[in-house]
Design a protein around this ligand. Sequence first.
Ligand code: TXA
Ligand code: MG
Length: 319
Amino acid sequence: MTGARSEIERAAELLLKGGLVAFPTETVYGLGALACNDKAIGRVYVAKGRPGHNPLIAHVASRADAAVFADLDQRATALAERFWPGPLTLVLPLKVPAAVSPVMTAGLATVAVRVPAHPMARALLEAVELPVAAPSANRSGGISPTTAGHVVDELGDALDMVLDGGPCPVGIESTVVDLSAPDVAHILRPGGLDRTVIEACVGPIAATAANAPLRGPGMLARHYAPSHPLRLNATRVRPGEALLAFGPRPLEGAAHMLNLSPSGDLDEAARNLYAMLRDLDQRPVRAIAVMPIPARGLGEAIADRLGRGAVPAGSASAA
Ligand code: TXA
Ligand code: MG
């Protein structure tokens, strides 16, 4: 425990000095930098190869810490009270611009905020006592990391330190809810918190129409993509394909097969998704076939990630 504590202290000192520290959250590993430090944030964009127009999430230890720089209305307060700490990000009006670097917000008048639940993330944020920007700790457009090993594989050289908290228990990024307009809420990114529990708290949330102007700068077509092509809703395996299976009756005939959840549990599938995609991506196959996955619960977020991962290379990419 003493060892863990001094590791957190060292990580906090590095962040406060402008360093980059990767750390576990319950969703995926984040690439942390002090939110108010332009230079450190600039290093995050370079390390990820992330386009500068795609803003980052500010991570804080508590709702009170979020309220220092973001405007939480009644809806935001209700959601924060109920689901923070947890896999929920709120996009809110930015109240105190000086609290976060304009590089981090891509110059927007809004800020994305989240209070993560992972004990190591919480300990780190409590030690830093300032907002920490943390995009997923992967190269832009790729698969998010759910272990410290994934982070080192992706970004090793660019980092000052990696905190290892084991595999992420949720395994898919936070749900991003846009509450920046007073009269309407949007889910910008389905994620680790099921839409139905959010709606049970604040009522129905508008669906963003497919042809609506882009509301989440990071919500561009190709993203979360392995290097092999993904073929979704497969009902048989084609020659040379690996199989990402779901449920008790995996398809036959794949050279390599991993099952997201033999029992058909969507939480387990979300937890396994990225690690299994990474594994199959390293196999000498032509493509990765993915069995149909129900869109209920975390299945909505899984479908979103697989759908973006399946967009052919050459389409617009994001972080
Ligand atoms: O679970 C998570 O959210 C992880 C962990 C590390 O906390 N973080 C994460 O960050 O997924 P990132 O940068 O990979 O994704 C953040 C998303 C992007 O789609 C970005 O466009 C969106 O949040 N976002 C950030 N600020 C925004 C803003 N002001 N308005 C709209 N979207 C915003
Ligand atoms: Mg990301």
